[in-house]
Design a protein around this ligand. Structure first.
Ligand SMILES: Nc1ncnc2c1ncn2[C@@H]1O[C@H](COP(=O)(O)OP(=O)(O)OP(=O)(O)O)[C@@H](O)[C@H]1O
Length: 285
């Protein structure tokens, strides 16, 4: 394949819808609907974040996508397959999920066992399993930890193992449900580095639930949930310029934005930066 047709394929792939919800509703009990009539589409390759106040149904929504919870109404299509009894297996293979607490994600007694356990369900050859084990642990910088027991790892290392286990299964969609919230600042930065690399690779669609303004700023698109419905579908910049929406979602503006606004008030001419790094690069000279 020549470069041009590869580029065209990549472009076509990027526009393809990989998640589609049409009129989706759900309640843990019929008297208390949590999500009502949610309609949205997400194209391949996009890094989307889902925001909203505590308890608005963000985790519930992502659990509907792979039938960890059963929708009560509407239609869900993932990677071209309508979510039904017969397609649950395929859809679960297409979506990987990384949760908040890395301790709850371990199944194996060692890092190696944990990653191989996930691969065993995929009917791969022994050689392919070994190859994926080594390639993804190297990529995430945890290949020296293969023989370690989960209890011997730091929070950040555990979260890397959880991500390696998911990526080794090669899903097209990866969901991070407040995956950084229990990590220290260094491990959070490392996690964001992994997410940036994943986006640059282009083969993943990322859906991230977060309350962190700096994390939101890194994404391509923000979906805001409130009161059971989708109340905004905006860029991160549009979100942070909308004081009313920030209030409704219980979010604050990113640190770099707050600082830039304070500097502007004091007469220093400075554009609102896209990241803390951009702010530092602007101020440094
Ligand atoms: N298993 C359950 N049974 C009954 N109610 C539940 C269950 N899980 C969640 N809920 C309720 O459903 C609502 C939505 O919960 P969910 O965890 O989806 O919210 P969230 O937006 O992800 O919240 P947070 O930002 O605090 O993580 C909440 O009111 C919660 O108490």
């Amino acid at each position: 394949m020549n470069e041009t047709s590869k580029d065209q394929d990549k472009e076509a792939g990027e526009n393809q819808t990989v998640i589609s919800l049409e009129g989706v509703s759900f309640g843990y009990s019929p008297e208390h609907p949590i999500l009502q009539n949610i309609t949205l589409t997400i194209p391949q390759g996009q890094w989307v974040c889902l925001v909203g106040p505590n308890g608005c149904g963000k985790s519930t929504l992502v659990k509907l996508l792979n039938a960890l919870l059963p929708k009560s109404a509407g239609e869900i299509v993932v990677c071209g397959q309508k979510l039904e009894e017969e397609t649950i297996g395929y859809i679960r293979q297409s979506i990987g999920m990384v949760f908040q607490n890395p301790d709850n994600q371990f199944i194996g007694a060692t890092v190696e066992e944990d990653i191989l356990f996930g691969l065993e369900g995929l009917c791969l050859s022994h050689a392919e399993m070994e190859s994926r084990l080594h390639s993804y642990t190297q990529r995430l910088g945890i290949d020296h930890l293969l023989a370690k027991h989960p209890g011997e790892l730091s929070g950040g290392q555990k979260q890397r193992v959880a991500i390696a286990s998911i990526l080794a299964m090669e899903p097209g969609i990866v969901i991070f449900d407040e995956a950084s919230s229990m990590l220290d600042e260094g491990s959070r930065d490392e996690l964001m580095g992994i997410l940036h690399d994943m986006r640059a690779e282009g083969k993943y669609t990322i859906l991230m639930i977060t309350h962190d303004a700096d994390e939101i700023l890194a994404t391509d698109r923000v979906l805001a949930l409130q009161g059971g419905g989708l109340v905004a579908d905006v860029t991160p910049a549009e979100l942070f310029l909308n004081a009313e929406l920030l209030e409704r979602c219980h979010l604050q503006e990113p640190y770099a934005w707050g600082l830039a606004h304070e500097l502007q008030k004091r007469g220093i001419q400075i554009d609102v930066p896209a990241s803390e790094k951009e702010l530092i690069d602007t101020l440094w000279p």
